[in-house]
Design a protein around this ligand. Structure first.
Ligand code: ARG
Length: 462
């Protein structure tokens, strides 16, 4: 049983079919450096417990360093007979330092606490990468918001014209959602970094007097797991990570859908930059928003990864079961997806040109100032219930005549109600409308300016 971590009680080796099914090196090899870091820390714990001489410990550290160098140089490879990254690295270590020293490293640990720890370490590193990429997108949105501060667009509910809003206000709405995802990754980090499972053993803990806190510190964790069964059997840290990836995908897909819609002839709100859009193999005139379409599509994949994981975990008995090995590929895929998607998406957003004239032209259409009439009446002393009725009557009058609200004459307003004096025209411009929404969080230009500063201040925290 060359290269196997087990075999003593078996009369024969595993069948090739079992080996093929069981093998995970094709995806867990990417964890090798984290596994080696765990082994360094574990060797220290063994040394501190008096289970290794100083020479033995040094020899193990040397051997592990050699493996890390070879891994980084791309010359360390698992063999077909290796079951997983842990077994492969132990085999390679023994090849480097010999079986007498190399064979001591496995004491007091199991692949179960090993994988639970190093998968956390791996995700902790990648959490920083994803946070950085999401922040780049938030920054691109903030820059577009700043560059287009005066622009007014039709705000929509139910995809119908609702009320005019600043384009910047709208862009920042996306930015806040994404910033919460970065926040979520931060919460996740604080929970996971305090929880190193090394020392949990297979499930029941270890009997060799090893110090899990020492291992935790060595690996950059702030604490170790309180319950060895939980330490080896829980994967909510994986599911939660996959959730945040899925939520980022969903948030990005909402921007993506908008870009796709806004780039149509019918909307004509945005022009895509040539370097961030694609052509057609047959239709020479085409300029397609492929980045946004891929973003929309990949959101489905990210949600699928989360769904698959939760389904694997559902009703899984304690403690470790081999099912848990299925936790890696979906999250690796989510990470790989975001790491290629986000830079492209950010580039597309940063280079979008907004057709602010067209937006301004459409902003007052669809009677989007009706609420302004009602609220103006309220400020003049009319109860809202009546004001709503009267503004509705204005819409009907305008609709009957095929004009917009601002086109109604003083006489037409007066015919609807004596409360509708010519003063009402003050709020019948889109500029007047947005300026009047000046409560905190509103779309008035000075509020949006403040909001941009608030967002930037929050971004600086990360
Ligand atoms: N490769 C496994 C995983 O990723 C860890 C090994 C545990 N194997 C075992 N037979 N207990 O979960």
């Amino acid at each position: 049983n060359e290269g196997k971590l087990w075999g003593g009680r078996f009369a024969g080796g595993p069948s090739p079919e079992l080996e093929a099914l069981s093998r995970s090196t094709h995806f867990d090899w990417r964890l090798a450096l984290y596994d080696l870091a765990g082994s360094h820390a574990h060797a220290k714990a063994l040394g501190a417990a008096g289970l290794l001489t100083a020479d033995e410990e040094n020899e193990l550290h040397r051997g592990l360093d050699v493996l890390a160098e070879r891994y980084t140089a791309g010359t360390l490879r698992p063999a077909a007979s290796d079951e997983d990254v842990h077994g492969a690295l132990e085999r390679l270590l023994i090849e480097e330092v010999g079986p007498d020293v190399g064979g001591k490293l496995r004491a007091g640990r199991s692949r179960n606490d090993q994988i639970a720890t190093l998968f956390r370490s791996y995700l902790l590193d990648h959490q920083r990468v994803v946070s950085g990429l999401v922040l780049d997108l938030v920054d691109a949105l903030a820059q577009q918001a700043e560059a287009n501060l005066g622009a007014i667009m039709p705000g929509r509910t139910h995809l119908q014209h609702a009320q005019p809003v600043l384009l910047s206000h709208h862009l920042l709405a996306h930015a806040w959602a994404l910033l919460r995802d970065v926040d979520r990754l931060g919460d996740w980090h604080d929970r996971v970094v305090a929880d190193s499972p090394y020392g949990s053993g297979a499930l029941a803990g270890q009997s060799l007097g090893l110090d899990p806190e020492l291992v935790a510190r060595e690996l950059g964790f702030t604490g170790s797991t309180a319950n060895s069964i939980d330490g080896t059997a829980s994967r909510d840290f994986v599911a939660e990570f996959a959730f945040v990836c899925a939520q980022v995908g969903v948030d990005v897909s909402r921007i993506a859908e908008e870009v796709i819609l806004w780039a149509t002839k019918e909307f004509d709100f945005v022009t895509l930059h040539d370097s961030w859009s694609t052509g057609s193999s047959i239709m020479p005139q085409k300029k397609n928003p492929d980045i946004s379409e891929l973003a929309r599509g990949k959101a489905g994949r990210l949600v699928g990864n989360l769904t698959g994981l939760l389904t694997t975990l559902k009703a899984l008995p304690l403690a470790y079961n081999r099912d848990l090995q299925e936790d890696k590929e979906p999250v690796f895929d989510s990470l790989d997806t975001l790491e290629v998607l986000l830079p492209a998406f950010t580039g597309q957003i940063a280079t979008l040109v907004y057709n602010t004239e067209r937006m301004a032209e459409l902003a007052p259409q669809g009677f989007s100032l009706a609420t302004d009439i009602a609220e103006w009446l309220v400020r003049e002393g009319t109860p809202f219930r009546i004001a709503h009725e009267l503004a509705g009557a204005c819409v009907r009058a305008a609709e009957d005549r095929g004009v917009e609200l601002a086109d109604l004459t003083d006489e037409e307003f007066a015919a609807i109600s004596s409360a509708l004096t010519p003063q009402v025209r003050l709020v019948l411009t889109v500029e007047g409308s947005v300026a009047s929404r000046n409560g905190r969080g509103g779309t008035a230009p000075e509020r949006v300016r403040e909001q941009l500063d608030e967002l930037r201040a929050r971004m600086a925290v990360f």
